[in-house]
Design a binder for this molecule. Sequence first.
Ligand code: HPA
Length: 302
Amino acid sequence: MTVFTHAQGIIKTLKEVTEEGIGMLNSEKTAETLAAINRRTTLRPKVGIILGSGLGDIADSIENSVAIVYDEIPYWPRTTAIGHAGRLVIGTLEGAPVVAMQGRVHYYEGYTMEEITFPVRIFGEMGIRSIIATNAAGGVNLDYAPGDLVAIRDHINFMGTNPLIGANNNKWGQRFPDMTYAYDPDYIEKAAQVARDNNIRFHNGVYIAFSGPSYETPAEILMSRALGADVVGMSTVPEVIVANHMGMRVLAISCVSNYAAGVRPVRLLHNEVLEGMSRAVGSLAAVIKGFLRVIAGDVLGA
Ligand code: HPA
């Protein structure tokens, strides 16, 4: 009876129960995951780095590193995409204590948004307040060429879902997080300065995320450009939303691996996209390292 007459009250109660349940479940999971990572290293990273398709090699420059394969980390989602190594590398890079993901999982692999963003939750619980996310992306902006780097200054979420859907865990963040400065303007400027110092082609632009795994149609790319997008991809947005939910500062960089569909009269082939990535790896590594050198003092003091 009360279900109908006090519907709102009942819904609230159910929501609270769910919140408690989810909070407990997640904190149990994260505690186990954190313990497993902390058993392998005494280093406490301050910056989390997510390395996308074809970009994993950057983690090889991490010094005094410990690498943990994802299989050995409880609840860590396993990568299935080609071009992903599937290891967590912890150590120092340019004086900054970092944890790098060599490979991430995508929505198109069939993982839930919660699974995709679980590593970012772990980063947050590790005390990380700064994240560098990287990805391969198609160039929607006609001024962009394969090999260019793009600091993401904003995004359009076209994945059709959001990683924060469901009960909110208040320990992690608030129900309606602001996304106005989702991509830290100061971080973008610092990265741009490093790029200028190194003569690297570096833009800042808007990233539009589709679920994939099919590449976009030429019509979808026309639409994306009309909406104000500069680059297109199938990742990053979920992680950035969750990082913002936890109050982290985000630098996200796209490596333009190909002209987006229809920009040139050719088909998009995954191995050619990966080849395009290899052109951007060197400049991406230079920007990440230069950026870490600049923020190392700040993050160590934090
Ligand atoms: N579209 C979507 N994702 C991508 C692309 C693209 O053109 N290139 C690399 N990742």
